[in-house]
Design a protein around this ligand. Structure first.
Ligand SMILES: NC(=O)c1ccc[n+]([C@@H]2O[C@H](COP(=O)([O-])OP(=O)(O)OC[C@H]3O[C@@H](n4cnc5c(N)ncnc54)[C@H](O)[C@@H]3O)[C@@H](O)[C@H]2O)c1
Length: 347
């Protein structure tokens, strides 16, 4: 069987640290065929380091030498490039978030359907062992019907000081669209894609707009910083579920932490670390698995699912319609904060 020819679009941090090494580690099914970046020197450097034969500064000619692409550009270009790839008959794995707006996501899905190509989004938290256990436990009825979910994706002083992460025009937002999106996606997936009905949100930027901040992830300019560094939200769903959500890049808290807990009718769970809370034999009862320390990286499992799906041997774990729902919520949280009122979500 011939190998899937993979193209990389945007040769920055995530391409070099996650996607390229993952594909390089599965050389029996995939071949890194081409790399493209508007910064042609970076594209050439990556081509040399990882032995990728074709190098481009424009994405259109790249589509002629590949079967699939992985899009790793700033968020503003996700939709445009994904649609162009799908129209050229190329499968797409796009970095998260799917795009900045719901409208862009819908156009991406329409292009995938029209051209009968696969489209997936790199929400890699779903491939963590804790997340898989949580999904399986919910499917097996361990917690019964979920009622209340709490999500916190908290960093104390980690505004990304590289790339364009603090530029609203290119990224669409800050801590929410960049980091909070992962936990929103994971929570919605665990809850079996409930339909949101109403969202209230508040965004903050005061810490990062203040000069002289301590920051663990490099330097950024507080004057040009124009995105959120801390976001809170309360979301209700058609089936009666509610979600308390919070994320930050910068907040005055003790330490970084990620938390996702679900309380259901018959039991509850924390995902990080994974624990089940039930009542048995007249007692409250907690259980936790031994998750092996040695594990495949999420980046590798994600890449394998995409490649195997492209060659017809697997089904995509992250469906574009699910990623669209994450963007819809992000859009509603930002809108709610701007307008100072809650936002009703319509179908
Ligand atoms: N899944 C994750 O956990 C995760 C982590 C980091 C970044 N990301 C996502 O990956 C994407 C890139 O992030 P990064 O950290 O690699 O950023 P980066 O700044 O390190 O790299 C982005 C690259 O894209 C190139 N580029 C810019 N515009 C382009 C265009 N129009 N066409 C082609 N190339 C273009 C830049 O020159 C740069 O080399 C973003 O969407 C980000 O949200 C995801």
């Amino acid at each position: 069987m011939s190998k899937l020819k993979m193209g990389i679009i945007g040769a920055g941090g995530i391409a070099q640290e996650r996607h390229i090494p993952a594909y390089a580690g599965m050389s029996e099914t995939v071949e890194l065929a081409a790399v493209q970046d508007v910064d042609i020197d970076r594209a050439h450097a990556v081509s040399e380091t990882f032995d990728i034969p074709h190098v481009f500064d424009d994405y259109k000619p790249l589509f002629e030498v590949v079967d699939a692409v992985t899009i790793c550009t700033p968020n503003k270009f996700h939709s445009e490039i994904a649609i162009a790839a799908l129209e050229a008959g190329v499968h797409v794995l796009c970095e998260k978030p799917m795009a900045i707006t719901t409208k862009e996501c819908e156009a991406m899905i329409a292009a995938a359907e029209k051209n009968d190509r696969l489209l997936s989004i790199a929400y890699h938290y779903r491939y963590m062992p804790e997340a898989k256990l949580a999904k399986e436990a919910i499917l097996q009825g361990e917690i019964g019907e979920p009622l209340v979910t709490r999500v916190q994706a908290m960093r104390r002083r980690k505004v990304p000081g590289w790339g364009v992460f603090t530029n609203k025009d290119l990224q669409g937002g800050g801590s929410l669209i960049d980091f909070g999106c992962h936990l929103l996606d994971l929570a919605l997936w665990l809850l079996d894609d409930p339909e949101p009905v109403e969202v209230i949100g508040r965004t903050y930027d005061r810490l990062s707009k203040t000069p002289g901040q301590v920051n663990d992830w490099g330097a950024f300019d507080h004057e040009t910083f124009n995105v959120d560094d801390h976001v809170t939200s309360y979301i209700t769903f058609k089936n009666g579920l509610s979600m308390q959500f919070e994320c930050s890049w910068a907040a005055n808290i003790k330490e970084d932490y990620t938390a996702l807990s679900i309380s259901g009718v018959d039991g509850g769970m924390d995902v990080y670390p994974f624990q089940l809370y039930q009542t048995k034999y007249g007692s409250v009862w907690n259980s936790q698995p031994n998750i092996p320390k040695e594990r495949l990286s999420e980046g590798f499992v994600q890449a394998k699912n995409f490649v195997d799906s492209c060659i017809g041997e697997a089904e995509l774990v992250v469906k574009p319609e699910q990623a669209l729902k994450v963007t819809k919520l992000i859009e509603a949280i930002y809108k709610s904060s701007e307008e100072g009122s809650s936002i009703k979500i319509t179908d």
